[in-house]
Design a protein around this ligand. Structure first.
Ligand code: GLA
Length: 743
């Protein structure tokens, strides 16, 4: 990195793949304007005549020759709307006359709470800038980090706050970034849910005032996910302008979407200021999470395709390349797993798991995962968490015989753990009752009979890292399902002075990340899933350390269609694990065919979670055939460009999705009929994203197209003429899937 804390002009041209416009960043010293271009997007800000950092432009890519004058602060509109609050600052301190959402709010040791940030210099970074701000008087420094992905145009923003005062300061609110949108009318899209009901897409007009989406729970949460998309005007799935963003933080977070009194629209997000208070001693720094933001001119579909590609190429970890091999651009596709949870619950045993493993291997499964129940005195959810030794009654010879058996069957082995939790009925808790989050002398609220270990404590961090490392050293484990089955309560941390206890909101999550990073360093081939009673911890922060997530404990294949639809607005299908489980489903008591469940799960990374020892030979044969078909097209499904052709939301009778491989050589599409009404057949399906002139051959994976459908036709034909399903495709819970291969 070249440090340049002075204003000289520079131009950094970065390489991107053939065909795409290169990304570039530039600073114009005469007009004091910073500009970042990448993919389809330009982002421009500058230093205004008052010395503030002011946003100028965010949207479709502009010509390299387009120039901007130095930005001017907005004028005072009325004595109630001063210039300071009207000016779209990149990162406003709470001070002077600011009334809208601040990016940063601090209290100084003398009680002053006035913070006015002005530019003092910048450094050029690879694909971006670090811009240094300082309070007009006091030695509080804020470095704003900007990095533009040249391929997707997605901008990563974050801030480092540094106290160079002699006395401590308390940071009461710290955003990663504030995004100013162009003047206009917007529809806000955001994701909410609950346990077994995650990933509901909400769409509502942005109105004057503030709309807050957040978690106060210590972790990301099922209830809202740190992602937003703002559609302008009549934008829809494939058309119109969309500005979107996702926050990379797995602790308490907040995103505020605000339309102010002059109709300016801003999105500010970072640490949740609720119960926040981070003391920075002299010389200390606080790093915010990263807030990623992007722009699409082709609707919500274009937004999610960009985000998926960005996650695949820049966020997700990958197992190291073998010596002599080039590092892969994207992570490897997920092994098809078998997981025993819905078949056995806590009742795991060596014999039972071996019997399931034999059946799983016969289906063509790649990875066998043993879920909860294998450790400590774990018979149900009342005991055992914290005691990570193998239960000697259930596994008298340790895990080795089972793991050896799984390997002999040609699969690798995965194991469930819940490292951050403890049951009061455990040896660990009896020995270390002070290790949990608690306020001394106050009751400790249990959820699922468990308490949260305070990972911010160095001894707890060392214990968790230590037992996981030992488990991985002593057993040939390829995969950990890392669970987290409750939210925080009584978040006390009495080992540190009272004034510093609220640092727990940051240090806990940082320690979680550092444990995951260290485990990956020591065991580079081990893969990890983030699970939190389903989809309670899915965000771009944890995704830097885990390979996949468990989107929901709800595995009903019909419910999953809507959940998977919602999930893919923010996250790539690569990480979206989807198990086929037993019918009737235990949550809804709904009955479905195995083919329907298989196809629903094949939209993401496929797994089997049913009691396969009870399957009929016909069911086994069907699953085996579909797993083999899935293996052939998996990388297109999970890493291709996704088109949500027909949404399953809002009680839709029908739904369909299509993914096209990045080289457009293959497309796979899924078709679901909920229940035929009034004899209506499935609507004409027009595909998208194909090479118009190329010839594509149609192959059924499951189900039949109308008899007169050509075996081979052009991309134009499939996209413009479209495909009609066979007349027999009607009834309740019907599913079909096809592939198109370029000739
Ligand atoms: C959570 C997970 C489930 C299962 C159970 C085990 O609910 O989401 O998949 O692992 O815990 O207790």
């Amino acid at each position: 990195m070249r440090r340049l804390w002075i204003g000289i002009a520079l131009l950094v041209v970065s390489a991107v793949g053939a065909g795409a416009q290169p990304g570039l960043v530039s600073y114009d010293a005469a007009s004091k304007v910073f500009r970042l271009d990448g993919g389809n997007t330009s982002y421009v800000f500058g230093i205004n005549s008052r010395g503030e950092l002011q946003q100028i432009y965010w949207g479709g890519r502009l010509a390299a020759t387009d120039k901007f004058p130095q930005p001017k602060p907005m004028r005072e509109w009325a004595s109630f709307d001063d210039s300071y609050t009207n000016t779209p600052q990149e990162y406003a301190g709470w001070g002077a006359g600011l009334y809208n959402e601040p990016a940063l709010k601090v209290t100084f040791a003398d009680g002053s709470r006035d913070l006015v940030l002005h530019d003092t210099g910048y450094a050029d970074m690879t694909h971006g800038f670090d811009v240094l701000l300082k309070d007009i008087d006091r030695a509080v420094y804020v470095t704003l980090h900007y990095t533009m992905d040249p391929g997707s145009g997605i901008l990563a923003r974050s801030a480092t706050i540094e106290n160079r005062e002699a006395q401590p300061i308390t940071v009461e609110q710290a955003a990663a970034a504030a995004w100013t949108l162009p003047a206009g009318h917007y529809t806000l899209n955001y994701l909410t849910g609950r346990w077994a009901g995650e990933w509901t897409l909400n769409q509502e007009p942005v109105m004057p005032g503030a709309r807050v989406i957040e978690s106060r729970r210590g972790s990301t949460g099922h209830q809202a996910n740190p992602w937003f998309a703002m559609q302008s005007g009549a934008a829809d799935e494939e058309h119109g302008e969309v500005w979107f963003g996702a926050l990379g933080w797995s602790g308490s977070w907040r995103i505020t979407v605000e339309q102010d009194q002059l109709d300016a629209v801003r999105v500010t997000g970072g640490f949740n200021p609720f119960d926040f208070g981070y003391v920075l001693h002299s010389g200390e720094r606080l790093e915010t999470p990263v807030f990623y933001g992007g722009y699409s001119a082709d609707g919500l579909g274009g937004a999610s395709r960009r985000l998926h590609r960005f996650e695949l190429e820049h966020i997700l970890p990958r197992t190291p390349a073998k010596s002599g091999q080039a590092a892969a651009l994207t992570p490897r596709v997920r092994p098809v797993i078998y997981n025993s949870w819905e078949a056995t619950g806590f009742n795991v045993s060596e014999d039972g798991q071996m019997a399931l493993a034999e059946k799983a291997a016969a289906l063509g499964v790649d990875r066998f995962v043993m879920d909860d129940g294998w450790f400590g005195q774990r018979k149900d959810d009342h005991a055992g968490l914290g005691d990570w030794y193998v239960n000697p009654q259930k596994f008298p010879h340790g895990l080795k015989p089972l793991i050896d058996k799984v390997h002999a069957l040609g699969m690798d082995f995965g194991l469930w753990v819940e490292p951050e939790m403890v049951n009061p009925d455990s040896d660990l808790y009896r020995k270390h009752p002070d290790w949990v989050l608690n306020f001394p002398g106050r009751p400790r609220t249990e959820q699922r009979n468990q308490l949260v270990l305070n990972l911010a404590r160095p001894d707890v961090r060392a214990y968790v890292l230590g037992f996981l490392d030992k488990l991985l050293n002593e057993n040939q484990i390829a995969f950990l399902k890392w669970d987290y089955n409750r939210n925080w309560s009584e978040p006390g941390w009495d080992q540190v002075p009272a004034s510093e206890q609220k640092r727990v909101y940051v240090e806990y999550t940082r320690d979680l990340y550092s444990i995951l990073a260290e485990l990956r360093r020591r065991h580079p081939n081990v893969e990890i899933e983030s699970c939190s009673g389903g989809g309670g911890r899915v965000d771009l922060g944890i995704l830097r350390y885990v390979d996949e997530v468990w989107p929901s404990d709800n595995t009903d294949p019909f419910d999953r269609l809507t959940q998977q639809d919602g999930f893919t607005y923010a996250y790539t299908p690569q990480i979206m694990m989807a198990w086929v489980t037993d019918s009737p489903h235990r949550l809804n008591n709904r009955t479905n065919s195995l083919a329907y469940a298989m196809l629903s799960s094949m939209q993401g990374s496929l797994g089997i979670g049913a009691n396969i020892t009870a399957w009929t030979p016909e069911q086994t044969a069907l699953a085996k055939r579909l797993i083999a078909a899935y293996h052939q097209v998996q990388s297109t499904i999970v890493q291709g460009d996704l088109y949500r052709l027909i949404s399953p939301r809002n009680g839709s009778e029908f739904s369909a999705t299509e993914t096209v491989s990045p080289d457009k050589k293959q497309a796979v599409f899924f078709i679901f009929e909920h229940s035929t009404q009034e004899g209506r057949g499935f609507p004409l399906l027009k595909l998208q994203g194909l090479d118009p002139a190329a010839e594509y051959a149609l192959t059924s994976i499951e189900g039949k197209a109308r008899a007169d459908t050509p075996a081979v036709a052009s991309g134009d034909w499939w996209m413009n003429h479209g495909l009609q399903m066979d007349d027999g495709f009607r009834g309740d819970l019907q599913a079909a899937a096809f592939r198109l291969d370029k000739k």
